[in-house]
Design a protein around this ligand. Sequence first.
Ligand SMILES: Nc1ncnc2c1ncn2[C@@H]1O[C@H](COP(=O)(O)OP(=O)(O)OP(=O)(O)O)[C@@H](O)[C@H]1O
Length: 477
Amino acid sequence: MTSNGELNLEENPKDLPSSERGENRRNSEVKPDDSICDGSNQNSPRGVLEIPISSADSDGSSSSGSEPSAVDRTIAPDGLVLESHSLQWRTLIGGLILRKKRTMMRLSTFPPATAGLGLRRTPSEKDRIESVEITAETGRGRPSWRSFDHQELAAATNNFSSDKLIGKGGHAEVYKGCLADGQLVAVKRLTKKDNEEERIGDFLSELGIIAHVNHPNAAQLLGFSVEGGLHLVLRFSPHGSLASELHGSKEGLEWKVRFKIALGIAEGLLYLHEGCQRRIIHRDIKASNILLTEDFQPQISDFGLAKWLPDKWTHHIVFPIEGTFGYLAPEYFMHGVVNEKIDVFAFGVLLLELITGRRAVDSSRQSLVIWAKPLLDANNVKQLADPSLGDAYDAEEMRRALLVASMCIHHLSTSRPDMNWVVRLLKGEEGSAELMGRELRPKLARPPQFDACDSEDYTCSRYLNDLHRHKQLALEQ
Ligand SMILES: Nc1ncnc2c1ncn2[C@@H]1O[C@H](COP(=O)(O)OP(=O)(O)OP(=O)(O)O)[C@@H](O)[C@H]1O
């Protein structure tokens, strides 16, 4: 997750002076202790929550005054849209919004029926939301998640001890935990200290998106806690992030695994863009936001910047620009244009990382895109392929991966494929390359706001100049 106006510079943490380590680096990963878990340890909308419950739960005081079965809709101060049938849920969210607005209204003014529902009405009271089913699309069955109380999370993480710290991003610390039933979890605690309002907004936004997501290639939410801080509880990914496996481990990743990871991320993104009930743009696709399961299935994580777009919108303009330098599409970093194609661009950069073994931005602050463009144009496979692979790669898969990477990082968003095509191309579906070439251009209307970056006049060299300029600006901040 990235704060307003901040741009991540992906750097090798080892290359930072020790005084800067942990301060400047994002998504730093800390090796967890290996203790055995035996169960004995105790603008546009940014997010949408939809929780159906029985009409008996309706208190009739819905904000919209609608039928019990209708969805209630609350617009939070930052544009977050909250949709819920649930009084319980409204209470939690309402409470957080109240805190966000810093009103003096006491939470105990909620009807008595809301007792024990996730927000403390008095400091000593421990509240609990019963497991709530959400209307996420199936992909791995109906997910359910619940609220955790602070004691449960403290017991699971040995009181958030430093030896359980497994990751540190710009806005969060992530702890490895073990629940009473033996399940391993990652507890993400939002740490941005300076601004409580922003922290709550970030939390609601991330929760609102991740609660919707239900796919094998997306991180799985198990629950949350709003006691003693704002926490998301996620299924633990034993191999950590792709960044650590690809750039931080001695063994490296063999080609077969890299290709499987590429395809998995592509399928996860296709789900977010097209398969999910809402059209979700992740906005921060990068190697440290891809988690790896036991069998190296990739899972897209960190929905802190994600946005959903209404179906009819071609794009959305955002300001400030948030994200990670090295992965930003030109129309986004130049004009704040957000739609699926900025994720496609970032996916292309990620694919280049898998192919080359290089970071999106290396220790000398060289952009991978700038380095790779001429080599891709010359189809120089030998120079592009990670030297540590030697010849141990499937030439056909490598050819497809290079083709897709090259198309995804195209400076014109209209010339990039959508994720549906990316998946088909990576799988080598018969005739997909030719079909895509024929269908791509007529299918994509060009909205006027794209003109600055999306006309044929916007050449590759102008784009590379812009990228250089953007890098300078980012470095000066
Ligand atoms: N479910 C998980 N299992 C294992 N490790 C995890 C899990 N979730 C997060 N991590 C680790 O913690 C790191 C930071 O997590 P995350 O990206 O969610 O934090 P953030 O503060 O939002 O990051 P950013 O710097 O992108 O804003 C990840 O890169 C990963 O190494």
